[in-house]
Ligand binder design. Sequence first.
Ligand code: FAD
Length: 262
Amino acid sequence: MADAPRPARNRTPRLARVISKDQLTPHMIRIVFGGEGLDGFAVGEFTDHYVKLKIPAGDDQTRTRTYTVREWDATRGELTIDFVVHGDEGFAGPWAAAAQPGDTLAFNGPGGGYTPDPEAAWHLLVGDPSVIPAISASLARIPAGVPVHVLIEADGPDDEQALATPGDLHVNYTHGGPGSIVETIESYTFPDGPVSAFVHGEASTVRAVRKHLLVDREIPREAISASGYWKLTLTDEGWRENKAEWNRLAEQDVAAVAPSRD
Ligand SMILES: Cc1cc2nc3c(=O)[nH]c(=O)nc-3n(C[C@H](O)[C@H](O)[C@H](O)COP(=O)(O)OP(=O)(O)OC[C@H]3O[C@@H](n4cnc5c(N)ncnc54)[C@H](O)[C@@H]3O)c2cc1C
């Protein structure tokens, strides 16, 4: 099965309060949360830590949406989350667009499952803007001087964000529309040596990239962390229902590849 994030561990919801809000790009809003509800919150084991936000959905209802811990400042007790704002549809994107300092949000977590392999000869990080928070957190953990190739599919040049790492950084943004990054990766010159790959984001794109890495590039399964964060045209509820089928198809894609050593 494709590598799915581990479930969030903490089942007792915490309450976070919006401290500040920044428009990072036309489609990305950064919200910094604080408040006593964050006392004792702890992350650091992984670079793709995430929380399960309880987004208000009217009539005292909430919808659960998963977001990466972009940064946790333990000294200040502040949690930073970067939200893609993808239009009027959905709950989390519109909530972030309308959020004001003082607003509160309940959440569970953290969970997580990936950290860059310190032994890898080079690193490949692939995604779309929803993955930039996890990519940025991972970049901070790449050993000094080790090559790291970042490939991101974004709407346009305005959606690009500056990235930083102690590693030897190579960044490629593509703006060719959904799935266009697959062609970019297929023709990309890979460095020699064992890779540690992180491939997340839109589910159909993740599936195609994962297949290419496993089948065409013959990268071992254990060197690849891959999962769909969201799926084009489906709400998060729809995507969660679709996930078992996605996993089945993703395994069918790579049926000829040796099973995982796990
Ligand atoms: C482990 C994990 C970590 C994640 N981290 C982040 C993160 O740090 N930042 C972040 O922005 N997202 C992140 N996501 C993705 C986020 O959970 C989904 O995008 C979620 O569906 C957004 O909820 P919504 O209520 O805004 O839209 P939904 O109600 O789920 O969907 C409404 C419509 O919007 C479309 N849509 C959803 N997301 C996007 C998108 N990113 N771009 C374009 N169209 C979209 C859907 O296909 C649907 O048509 C993460 C997901 C996972 C599983």
